[in-house]
Design a protein around this ligand. Structure first.
Ligand SMILES: Nc1ncnc2c1ncn2[C@@H]1O[C@H](COP(=O)(O)OP(=O)(O)OP(=O)(O)O)[C@@H](O)[C@H]1O
Ligand SMILES: [Mg+2]
Length: 585
């Protein structure tokens, strides 16, 4: 099933197969219902034809038809209600919820690289577009009834007069032709329109997410200037779409009116020469009046369906894209024992980048070792962590944790084994307690509080109204930068993974909090392998070993004192930090 097919029909077939029995039941009930409705029309015509004023026999015949009409009416209502129940309750609701679940699960499985290169608003909008499938099937259910209605009407008319029945069927076919001619341009315009609408939504979400920054930089007009051409393109495509649909609808209207007039003339002619009875001519009149308006209605709905299909196909794009990084079939859970890390002959370049970040990079970090990584901005420190977490795959070489290649283990177990406190702290707009417990199963309030105490976060949390139940705000906006980092540290403490990675984890802390955190980390990380990236080099003092990265290569290595006394790159970076008063370089 995954990835989903790019095209609508194979995609639709997946869900049709899942609910085949419900669909069969709806189909059979619909045939019964439509046939009964048309029988009603026939009986109505027969009643009209049977009545002769002052004739007692004709009264008896008419009454028989009336009873039959009543029975058919009741049966058609029952069939219609059961088929609607089956369709809505047994199929539509179930299909909608299953689709939502499948789509969201697939979206979440995309690689870090894929997600970070797409606008989240656009992805959500595309998911919404694919979710139109049940709506489309609901319309298709209506279309099915209309098609059945046309066929049954044609058969019943043929029983009266093969020429009139055939004429009606020809009408139906002719009406379909302009529909087919318009299908391609309509589908093209609909796809372009849906794509543009996803782009506009993605852009708008990006603006709303960054509204505080936009306001601070007083950049609203500039954002509007960039957004307006997109809105204009969306408007033009909507207008084009409307014009194509309108043209098609009108052309079909003219064709059906002309044809219905010709068939009616023919019917009246047959009646005048006595080839058909009064009941027949009444039946033809009823059937044509209802049937021909049904034809143009069907065209209208088919047109809507074509647009919906184009929209769904456009939305399917991220769901038809295979997941970038997947677990190997034979992948097993990582068995951690100590947390030894090895980078072997790693070559890596970001997609589209001119220069590689790493070329033949080697590094061994012993189990339980505390390693600090320093280096200028852009030297590849965070990239190294991205590779360790398998957010990106190296072009060649391998990465091992406790002797197990990370490509041979499940990503879930890898992520469980490596706790990251990232450079940009990520917060959910949930309770503080939930933010700390994120990523740890089965943890109670006592454990959460303990972790927060160790991360020196308990005091400020308790000072907040609601304490651990207080909300963190959108992306943690109700907390200061330092508070967010302490919550991220508490989160990592709670997870207690064998490998702890700190990417600038203390950059937002003042010197006093930093000393406390350093102490907390020293206690915490006794049994863990630690990789600490820092620009504030004084925070690396207690590391067993410090590596200095320069353009993807380790240019210096040693303890804090050794590197300072060496007077090389690290000493220069440190001197620069000191000149800035211990702040980040
Ligand atoms: N997703 C990405 N796609 C393309 N290039 C990237 C991506 N992420 C980082 N880079 C580039 O790779 C290089 C190394 O980036 P990296 O984030 O590893 O640096 P860093 O050493 O962590 O820097 P800093 O100290 O500023 O955090 C930079 O030139 C950066 O522009
Ligand atoms: Mg970085």
């Amino acid at each position: 099933m995954y990835p989903f097919p790019k095209k609508f029909w194979p995609f639709c077939a997946i869900y049709a197969k899942l609910y085949k029995w419900q669909i069969c039941a709806v189909f059979l009930l619909s045939i019964t219902e439509v046939w009964l409705i048309n029988m009603n029309n026939r009986l109505f015509a027969d009643i009209t034809g049977a009545i002769k004023l002052g004739d007692a026999d004709s009264y008896g015949v008419a009454m028989r038809f009336v009873w039959l009409l009543a029975i058919c009416g009741i049966c058609s209502i029952i069939a219609s209600q059961i088929s609607r129940y089956y369709f809505n309750a047994k199929f539509l609701v179930a299909c909608r919820s299953r689709l939502e679940k499948d789509l969201f699960a697939y979206l979440l499985g995309h690689s870090y690289e894929y997600i970070t290169t797409k606008q989240s608003g656009m992805l959500i909008q595309q998911k919404e577009q694919v979710k139109k499938l049940p709506e489309l099937l609901e319309n298709a259910f209506g279309d099915l009834r209309m098609v059945l209605d046309i066929l049954i009407k044609a058969i019943m008319l043929m029983c009266v007069s093969p020429i009139i029945g055939g004429g009606y069927l020809l009408c139906a076919v002719l009406v379909m032709f302009p529909g087919r001619a318009f299908a391609k341009p309509l589908s093209r315009v609909s796809k372009a329109r849906s794509k543009m609408s996803a782009i506009v939504d993605g852009r708008m979400l990006d603006i709303v997410n960054n509204l505080p920054l936009i306001k601070q930089y007083d950049n609203i007009n500039d954002e509007k200037r960039h957004l307006h051409p997109l809105l204009k393109q969306e408007y033009i495509l909507n207008q084009k779409n409307m014009l194509v649909s309108w043209g098609q609808y009108n052309l079909i209207g003219v064709i059906t009116s002309l044809l219905s007039f010709i068939i009616l003339l023919l019917g009246v002619y047959y009646w005048s020469i006595g080839a058909i009875s009064t009941a027949d001519i009444v039946f033809i009149l009823i059937t044509l009046t209802l049937g021909l308006s049904g034809l143009s209605e069907l065209q209208y709905y088919l047109q809507q369906d074509r647009q919906a299909i184009a929209t769904i196909e456009q939305g399917l794009e991220p769901f038809a894209e295979p997941h970038g990084i997947v677990d190997a079939e034979s992948a097993k859970a990582l068995k951690p024992h100590g947390g030894k890390i090895e980078f072997r002959h790693i070559d890596f370049a970001y997609k589209g980048a001119r220069k590689p970040i790493f070329k033949g990079f080697n590094l061994v970090i012993k189990a339980g070792e505390k390693v600090g990584i320093a280096g200028a901005s852009g030297s590849g420190k965070s990239t190294l962590i991205n590779l360790l977490q398998r957010s990106y795959e190296p072009n060649s070489g391998e990465i091992l944790i406790d002797g197990q290649n990370i490509t041979a283990i499940t990503q879930e177990s890898l992520h469980r084994a490596v706790s990251l406190i990232p450079q940009d702290t990520v917060m959910f707009n949930r309770r503080i307690a939930d933010n700390i417990a994120f990523g740890t199963e089965n943890c109670n309030r006592r454990k959460i509080k303990k972790a927060a105490q160790k991360a020196y976060a308990d005091d400020f949390i308790c000072d907040k109204e609601g304490g651990y139940d207080a909300f963190a705000g959108d992306r943690g906006c109700l907390l200061s930068g330092g508070e967010r980092q302490r919550i991220a540290i508490a989160r990592a403490i709670l997870r207690n993974a064998p490998v702890l990675v700190l990417d600038e984890a203390t950059s937002a802390l003042d010197s006093e909090s930093e000393i406390l955190i350093q102490k907390a980390l020293e206690n915490l990380i006794k049994n863990q392998t630690v990789i600490a990236i820092a620009h504030r080099l004084s925070t690396l003092k207690n590391m067993d070993r410090i590596l200095v990265l320069d353009k993807g290569k380790i240019c210096e290595e040693g303890t804090f004192e050794e590197l300072l006394s060496k007077g090389g790159k690290f000493a220069k970076l440190y001197a620069a930090t000191q000149r800035k008063g211990g702040k980040n370089v």
